[in-house]
Ligand binder design. Sequence first.
Ligand code: C5P
Length: 312
Amino acid sequence: MLAVVPPPVTVRVPSKINLHLSVGDLRKDGFHELNTVFHALSLTDEVTVAAAEDSGVEVYGEGEDVVPTGANNLAWRAVQALAAYCDKPAEEPKVRVVLRKGIPVAGGMAGGSADAAATLVGLAALWRLDITRDELAGVAAKLGSDVPFALYGGTALGTGRGEQLVPVLSRHTFHWVLAFDHKGLSTPRVFGELDRLREAGDPPRVGSHAPVVEALASGDPNQLALLLGNDLQAAAVSLRPGLRRTLRAGVNAGALAGIVSGSGPTCAFLCMDGQAALSVAAELAGAGVCRTVRVAHGPVPGARVVNGDEPP
Ligand code: C5P
């Protein structure tokens, strides 16, 4: 009798920006206590998982030549983590993972985390696992602080390392322009630079997340623009001083406000509407302050199967 090979599963997964990112103390485990408002954007990656004798990871698109394809690729670590979680035999899982990337690599938009989340959702469908998204989030949190959010998407308040999530009501579609830099920034290096800046002086800190949550509920981009804040921005700018010019150029091009996304170096510009975003993108693209620009909107849903059956 022939074994039935399940068809490949493709998952679309969003990027994220942090509308508010408050970095607290360095914990004993090397992570910082965070208080952050995540916002999922329509700039996505697509991940296909397929049963295959020839296991491994392939990468196409944005940053394809810098993403590792070996055992330390986060999507591959997701394969191993889910196989272990559901007691698959100890031998190497026979899975091929194909990443089609739109999210910048090491860009502060959680692209690697997105790929890991998409891999978990894809494998749950491929292996026909009886597993809830909340259970997948437990596996996701061990892979990285931003992986659970990529499963849920939308807008959410993140605490702990960023892995503990509560949904936030967002009444409006917000329109963004993203400026990609020529080279990525290492997240641990940016957190380390913030620790250094805080030892040397007292860089300003963002306040409470409450006003941002209120602005999201009101749906007014003008109100939200005044409240965007990121404690990691000073550290990212200290390591990459050219970001100052990029941030200024976006506002000069007509954005309501600009912010470094997460640990950077991608800059995110909030615009009045979709039309304004297209015009800001066109002007910013010609300003010579970044490698490339994209427009995106948010919030959008988390990792979703785009062919075949949707798992829980
Ligand atoms: O969890 P993730 O693997 O994305 O974290 C990458 C690095 O970023 C950590 O090793 C740590 O240096 C830093 N980080 C942190 N505090 C957090 C999240 C990340 O210091 N809450």
